[in-house]
Design a protein around this ligand. Structure first.
Ligand SMILES: *Cc1c(COP(=O)(O)O)cnc(C)c1O
Length: 240
């Protein structure tokens, strides 16, 4: 019941097929197993099944699990949730990667907390390319029609990239729930295009990572250029 080998193997197989479909290599897409809400025993089982990247979205839960699993030194913690300024400390202390930088202020607070911790943190900038209001992130739903939106975003990226303890790896987005395949493709390909625009604008940044794709849509995301998928329920089962 707690054996995750088959579930992890099946997800990796689907990831490899999606990569192959689009002429990419399976090794170019990283799997983050989203373990939010799941007990430490299940994370251990996924670790035994070969998983090394885990995703959490609540800072206290991250701290608790990272402490409980501190004996596994090659394990990497990804914080994937929205973060309030007062919650940065646990993430600064335990996370290896933060996927939801959605405003300059949170980056500034994280930079300060990382100074105190003597750590560095890889980050993705969360972008809302769909205009869906429930989705957080820097708003990039109205380009290329509204160039001012893009200019504002690039200014924010410049400011964040200048923070010495943050290493910008790329962009992250959340697709709308219950979207059609076409709508999902549009969202993912828009993030991919935005990433190419960013690369042209800031060629030295070298932040071409695309954190996109969840249990319901990771194959489409990979076909559209994802370099990292965040997969929860397909590995751990439905959340309560
Ligand atoms: C919960 C969550 C996931 C994983 O969702 P599943 O549908 O269970 O794969 C991925 N990304 C974020 C930001 C999440 O909050």
């Amino acid at each position: 019941m707690n054996d995750k080998t088959e579930a992890v193997r099946a997800v990796r197989e689907r990831m490899a097929q999606a990569a192959e479909h689009s002429g990419r290599r399976a090794a170019d897409v990283e799997l983050v197993a989203v373990s939010k809400g799941k007990p430490v025993e299940e994370l251990n089982a996924a670790y035994v099944a070969g998983v090394r990247h885990f995703g959490e979205n609540r800072s206290a839960e991250l701290a608790e699990k990272a402490t409980a699993l501190a004996h596994l030194p090659d394990l990497q913690w990804h914080f994937i949730g929205h973060l309030q300024s007062r919650q940065v400390q646990d993430v600064a202390r335990h996370a290896h990667c933060f996927h939801a930088v959605d405003r300059i202020k949170i980056a500034e607070r994280m930079q300060q907390a990382l100074e105190e911790e003597g750590r560095e943190l890889a980050v993705y900038l969360q972008v809302n390319v769909s205009g869906e209001e429930s989705k957080g992130g820097f708003e990039c739903d109205a380009w290329p029609e509204e160039p001012a939106q893009l200019t504002a975003f690039f200014d924010a990226v410049r400011a964040i990239a200048a923070m010495p303890r943050l290493q910008v790896l790329g962009l992250m987005t959340m697709a709308p729930y219950n979207a059609t395949e076409n709508a999902l493709r549009t969202v993912f390909s828009r993030l991919h295009s935005l990433s190419e625009r960013l690369d042209a604008e800031l060629p030295g940044l070298d932040a071409r990572g695309l954190s996109m794709g969840m249990s319901g849509d990771f194959e489409i995301a990979i076909e559209e250029g994802s370099t990292l998928v965040r997969v929860g329920s397909a590995i751990f089962g439905a959340r309560g």
